[in-house]
Design a protein around this ligand. Structure first.
Ligand code: NDP
Length: 400
């Protein structure tokens, strides 16, 4: 069917690459291009004997548009799948525009010097992508990603209007370390140490970090404390889903994680302000990343399950209706299949599916779109087929 260039070769990319190689009919060729080429080569060496997908590798600095353009021009992929970091979103989008190549990512652009999660920078590319006749699919991970597909599916098949959405992200996994993050520590800590917020009646309501706590009993996991966080898909879903009055995002955290995080915050280790250390400028959070366990190393030691989904409340045929769509994923099963824990798995699988939707032409419109703006049905089928089956509950326990 076609060729995909994957940028980045970390935890999420590794899963997406495994999945592309299982799906050689669509992914006839992939190029893994990242900062550290040896990681790309190691993955190629492991996977090439197992797949018909032809794997190529390259070194690239994705902060440099000219380098990206040259690489895209030489490989000529149908789509570029950005699995580097949110800081690279705009340079990669620029390179896609210059080469008229479709673009997919899993996280919205963030400037390096402010932990601010908004779509405005990427939405500003709408007209240019439309004119170039290419698609940018934003947020094709799990959250954002599957949560948006779930919302579009609920809207299409279950509701006339959706008034309330609660996105619940539960990780019941245990890696045995007192403190580690399940994906890139810098991005993860920036996200959880930021103020919380949610949207009510069209307005953002801000909370202190971790100010709002609820307890929820998750199927497959059990009872967990969860906390309201700001999350990027709230911004797009509030605009794209009809009738929204309130939308919130909750994530589970254990006490040990929170105690360590508080302590690290209190001593200044989570700061993104550069400081001078022995004559050299360092960013405390980047230094912390260097001493924490690499998320990729958590795979073999993480046991338990994740349960991520959305509870919808709204109206169908004039009557009130509640509906919960979720996926349960087992850390060890993921490890056995692709050598990664469930957090990378639940992000890498939808990333592959997003690229597949564009390559197969199932999703085909020029411009910059969030994932809920496309027909959810082929993506929902693909989730069942590619390792993230979903479950429905028509009488869920609600979050107050
Ligand atoms: P990792 O840190 O494990 O991987 C990032 C990769 O990008 C690394 O291979 C890194 O190279 C590479 N990279 C970083 N900067 C550059 C650059 N300038 N040029 C080229 N390559 C670069 O991160 P994760 O895999 O955990 O996360 C990847 C993305 O997925 C992030 O954007 C994250 O926010 C997103 N994500 C989305 C989720 C969702 O549900 N939507 C959930 C989890 C993550 P090197 O190997 O040299 O370090």
């Amino acid at each position: 069917m076609g060729k995909c260039m994957i940028i980045g070769c970390g935890g999420v990319a590794s899963v997406a690459i495994h999945k592309c190689c299982q799906n050689s009919e669509v992914f006839e060729g992939i190029m893994i291009a990242s900062r550290t080429k040896s990681k790309c080569d190691a993955l190629k060496e492991k996977l090439q004997p197992t797949t018909k997908t032809v794997i190529e590798t390259a070194q690239v600095n994705a902060d440099n548009v000219d380098e990206l353009v040259a690489l895209i021009e030489s490989y000529k992929p149908d789509v570029v799948l950005n699995l580097a970091l949110p800081y690279q979103d705009l340079t990669i989008m620029d390179a896609c525009l210059a080469t008229k190549t479709h673009y997919v990512d899993t996280a919205n652009y963030e400037p390096l010097d402010t932990a601010k999660f908004e779509y405005k920078w990427q939405w500003a590319y709408r007209e240019r992508f439309e004119k170039a006749g290419i698609t940018a699919l934003l947020g094709s991970g799990f959250d954002p990603g599957v949560t948006g597909v779930f919302s579009a599916y609920a809207m299409k098949h279950e509701f006339d209007e959706i008034n309330y959405i609660d996105i619940l992200d539960c990780n019941g996994g245990d890696h045995g370390y007192p403190f580690a993050t399940n994906f890139n520590p810098e991005i993860n800590i920036r996200e959880v140490s930021a103020k919380g917020s949610y949207i009510e009646d069209g307005k953002w309501i801000e909370t202190e970090p971790m100010e709002i706590k609820r307890v929820y009993n998750f199927k497959g996991v059990g009872e967990k404390d969860m906390y309201l966080l700001h999350h990027e898909e709230l911004e797009s879903l509030a605009l794209n889903i009809k009738g929204i009055k309130r939308i919130r995002f909750f994530m589970t955290f254990g006490q040990s994680y929170l105690t360590h995080l508080k302590c690290l915050e209190n001593v200044g280790m989570t700061s993104i302000e550069p400081i001078m250390y022995e004559g050299r400028e360092i960013v405390p959070l980047q230094f912390l990343k260097a001493v924490l366990p690499d998320p990729a190393s958590l795979g073999p030691r993480t046991v338990g399950k994740t349960n991520i989904g959305c509870i919808f409340r709204g109206k169908k045929d004039g009557k009130d209706k509640n509906y919960y769509l979720y996926n349960i994923c087992d850390h060890q099963e993921c490890y056995k299949e692709v050598g990664s824990q469930a957090i990378s798995y639940t992000t890498g699988v939808p990333a592959m599916i997003g690229a597949m939707m564009i390559m197969t032409g199932k999703w085909n419109k020029a411009g910059v779109y969030n994932i809920e703006e496309f027909d959810p049905d082929p993506f929902m089928d693909a989730l069942n087929k590619w390792g993230l089956p979903w479950e429905e509950d028509f009488d869920p326990t609600l979050v107050d």
